[in-house]
Design a protein around this ligand. Sequence first.
Ligand code: CP
Ligand code: NVA
Length: 304
Amino acid sequence: MKKDFLSISDLDGKELANLLEHARTLKKERKRGEIREDLKGKVLAMIFEKASTRTRISFEVGMTELGGTPLFLNPRDMQLGRGEEIRDTARVMSRYVAGVMIRANRHQTLEEFSQYASIPVINGLSDREHPCQILADLMTVQERFGHLAGRKIAWIGDGNNVCNSWILVAPLTGIDLCIAAPGGYGPSDTFLDIARKQGGTIRVTESPKDAARGADVLYTDVWVSMGDEKDRASRVERLKDYSITEDLLKIASPQAIVMHCLPAHRGEEITDEVLESSRSVVWDQAENRLHTQKALLLQLLGKK
Ligand code: CP
Ligand code: NVA
């Protein structure tokens, strides 16, 4: 049976912990300059319906460093862009490549692709979730604090795809998540219900200060995600007080770190001072995309 990674919930708590531990080993091996060939002869196709810097590069480099070959595909150059059906593309690609990563406008695209593909499908971001990002984020929190259970994570801003993945990971890790978002831009009730039923500790507030008080991690993301540009003006207006500033950082825990999945919009969801401060771990987060995705690729595409 092939295994997909469409959602962080595709892993259970044990599998997630093992994957993060494997990523730490891979990071050390890379520092020592060790070469791996586990995925020699295997090709990972990557379809990007939206722009990307980190996801594309970390998957390309990761696949190469494991001895495999990444294949970047722009849907506009494929027959997909001329209306060939996803289900047909999925079956054809399954005859050529070992796995496919898709950054999709609509999460349903990933689900339909997965239904018809006989190879593992990885979510490289959709309108609903960004599970690869959350793997790197968790690794970064572990590096700073040693363990995840009980860590107070404050999400400040739009209740978007990255926020949804934080919600779903709460029951898997035992983190204590508090989301501060304005009415109309809050987190999805569906995701909250699922995570709470599984035992996740998640609070929602409209007050950034309430969420930030005593937090170990202040996390934010852009106010206008890819695909949300149509209501940019109203988003900026509604979210203007949901920014990680030095004042907000002052009320967090004295050891608090600041996280952002990037790309950042300085002066909107985060100030330049905070992003550039010693509290910011955003470059580690970006680096950890590479190590966690290599662990994921080995799990999904490596020898069973
Ligand atoms: N964080 C993230 O996924 O970045 P990219 O959009 O550059 O891939
Ligand atoms: N929420 C952002 C994340 C980008 C990595 C978006 O979907 O555009």
